[in-house]
Design a protein around this ligand. Structure first.
Ligand code: NIG
Ligand code: FE
Length: 414
């Protein structure tokens, strides 16, 4: 099967050499080709260039893209998309003045979602999750990481991870799965956190590894959740099963999570709404990529990750949705890109780099997705007729997507 996209007004994020990620000042550059063609063969990007260089061959399908832009689909490297129900009550409580931390201390928050998971059958949880995944794909997401962490018992954590596995098998979008047993201390263990950590290490991890249910391991490293020592212990245990760390750090407090995560060779450190000078120094010395989650900052009215500070220090960074019922009940990456520009002072070029190639890197998918490169999956966004790619973040709240392709197949059409 071959498809030829013709007269593309601008083909965005074209990279001849398969780069891993872009850092610092390089993030300001977004390579594009104006008046371009793109040839897709058997699910993969086969060739691209300016219209005058179109190869002479017969193809199965021709798609005229006059006035429209094509970019690689969004790579969302941080989500908690498998959850049950919603937490609208807490939303209203916060409007009335309670903070996210106060709600959690009163038994709401993550533990509230945990109760809902228990009451929900595996079938229903799968259906709710698949519906969300379809929604975000229609919004341009073409690769996604999904975490467990609303189970917090052996059976419920396995239930979530098995659902992620089913999504992996049933969808054409690459999915990475992260075990986040250390998301909160469950009610039953509230006076004995050490016993819960033992349960994670001695029971959950071996079972997850046996069924091959996770690619990564995560910990919510935060005051009132898991300490530096807890984090070290859990990440070390995960390493025995080859689970690479991707860690929640510095959402509310800087307690040394960045340092321990980078010592444990984490692929990414996520959140970083709070960032000390020391944290920045540690990041400069490490290979761990920071991931900002601007829709979480927006929804909780907490500070935004200091993106300028990170990029101006020469670092790479990614942006992701954090799609979850408590702090970001939206998986809309178009909005994430807008917020990155509006609230974090990233240029459209930096935000698009952060949401494509760097997002792919932050989940170990940089060889498959994240740029228009020969051999990568034809996971594409075709926009409506628009003036420039800057219109995507500019028109916040209104996706400019006309069609979404996954492995060359049209998955969504406006
Ligand atoms: O990334 N901070 C920890 N975990 C999620 C929120 C979880 C929840 O409130 O349900 C996050 O923001
Ligand atoms: Fe999160």
């Amino acid at each position: 099967m071959t498809q030829l996209f013709l007269n593309i007004k601008e083909l965005v994020q074209v990279r001849d050499a398969a780069i891993k990620k872009v850092s610092g000042i390089e993030m300001k550059k977004l390579p594009t080709i104006k008046n371009a063609f793109l040839l897709v063969k058997d699910e993969l990007i086969f060739d691209f260039g300016t219209m005058d260089k179109i190869p002479d061959l017969s193809v199965d399908e021709i798609i005229d893209c006059s006035g429209k832009i094509i970019l690689p689909s969004w790579c969302d490297s941080h989500s908690h998309l498998v959850f049950a129900g919603n937490r609208e009550h807490e939303f209203v409580d916060r409007i009335k003045g309670l903070s996210y931390e106060e709600i959690a201390r009163n038994g709401g928050g993550i533990l509230n979602s945990t109760k809902k998971i228990k009451e929900t059958s595996e079938e229903s949880l799968y259906d709710q999750s698949a519906k969300r995944l379809k929604e975000v794909i229609a919004l341009g997401t073409g690769a996604i990481e999904i975490k467990s962490g609303y189970g917090l018992t052996v059976s419920s954590e396995l239930k979530i991870l098995r659902i992620i596995n089913r999504l992996k098998n049933n969808f054409d979008t690459p999915i990475k799965s992260t075990f986040l047993g250390a998301h909160a201390v469950p009610e039953k263990f509230k006076n004995n956190k050490a016993a819960y950590i033992d349960l994670i290490i001695e029971e959950m991890l071996p079972k997850i590894a046996k069924e091959n249910l996770a690619d990564f391991i995560d910990v919510f490293c935060e005051t009132d959740y898991f300490s530096i020592d807890d984090t070290r212990k859990i990440l070390t245990a995960g390493k025995k099963y080859n689970l690479i760390p991707k860690v929640h750090v510095n959402q509310f407090n800087s307690i040394g999570g960045i340092e321990i995560a980078s010592k444990k060779n984490a692929l990414s450190v996520d959140h970083l709404e709070v960032l000390s000078d020391r944290d920045l120094e540690v990041l400069k010395e490490s290979n761990t990529i920071p991931v900002a989650l601007p829709s979480c900052s927006f929804f909780l009215s907490i500070p935004y990750t200091p993106a300028r500070k990170l990029m101006d220090s020469g670092l790479a960074m990614a942006i992701a949705s954090d799609y979850n019922p408590g702090s970001s009940p939206s998986g809309n990456m178009n909005l994430v890109v807008s917020l990155a520009c509006i609230k974090m002072k990233m240029t459209p070029e930096e935000a698009i780099n952060a949401a494509t190639i760097n997002g792919a890197y932050a989940m170990g998918l940089e060889k498959e997705v994240g740029s228009i490169t020969v051999g990568k999956h034809a996971n594409l966004i075709l926009t409506k007729p628009i003036n420039s790619y800057g219109f995507i973040p500019y028109s916040f709240g209104v996706p400019q997507i006309e069609k979404v392709y996954l492995k060359g197949k049209c998955y969504f059409s406006k």
